[in-house]
Design a protein around this ligand. Structure first.
Ligand code: E4P
Length: 224
């Protein structure tokens, strides 16, 4: 079963979509947390009380050295939550991932812009790989094709890494990625909104209800 994440810390929206989607948890990045003005010591208890103790939260390190990233990962892992440590798949990040995995700490390699970059992160032991679909698209790189290549590389090399594509701006990108059979995905609120409540569906449902009420009034189906 694919793991669904929301790429937000907006508690109202997380609560809203938790009712209609089987959410595994949320993903965050430093920009998302900074924009919301919320640190993880406030976020984690609030998310857990909303979604329950099984909730998985992906949190990115902000250090720029291997030692700093490793220490951050250890500190995050020591918290009593299901945390996956996000590490940018840079040269320093790859070195950090190798060290962090020696402690068996769950890691997501983030900021992946090519299949070969994702391959290296998988080879270093990353549990999740986050290729940035829309960010590649705006650079003229076919983001979905990169996800597809990376999925092939992971499978043919028998890596355990799970692809968790991120950075989506429209439902077509999502559909094309889902067709690849990725193990996880994270979506921003506006994209999820378009998926669960596409504008064209409401008029059809309203017409059904209007037709029903014209003949049966307020009776329910089982009363007719
Ligand atoms: C997720 O892990 C990434 O931080 C995020 O999806 C980036 O998305 P953006 O390109 O919309 O900022």
């Amino acid at each position: 079963m694919i793991e669904f994440y929301l790429d937000t810390v907006d508690l109202e929206q997380i609560s809203r979509f938790n009712h209609c989607l089987p959410l595994k948890g949320i993903t965050t990045n430093p920009t998302i947390l900074a924009k919301a003005g919320i640190g993880i010591n406030r976020l984690l208890p609030e998310i857990t009380s909303l979604l329950g103790g099984h909730t998985r939260v992906h949190i990115q390190v902000v250090s720029d050295s291997v030692e700093g990233m490793v220490l951050e990962a250890q500190k995050l892992h020591a918290l009593s939550y299901d945390i996956v440590v996000k590490v940018p798949a840079t040269e320093i990040g790859l070195a950090a991932i190798r060290q962090i995995k020696r402690d068996a700490i769950p890691v997501l390699a983030t900021a992946i812009y090519s299949a070969e970059q994702g391959f290296l992160a998988a080879a270093c032991g990353a549990d999740y790989l986050a290729p940035y679909v829309n960010r590649m698209d705006v650079l003229g790189i076919d983001g979905v094709a990169v996800v597809s290549d990376l999925q092939d590389l992971v499978e043919c090399n028998q890596f355990d890494s799970v692809l968790l594509p991120a950075s989506f701006k429209n439902s077509q990108q999502v559909l094309r990625v889902l067709k690849l059979g990725v193990g996880a995905i994270t979506l921003p609120v506006n994209v999820v909104e378009g998926l669960v409540s596409p504008g064209i569906v409401h008029p059809a449902v309203e017409q059904f209800n209007q037709d029903w009420q014209t003949v049966f009034g307020s009776q329910k189906s089982y009363e007719s």
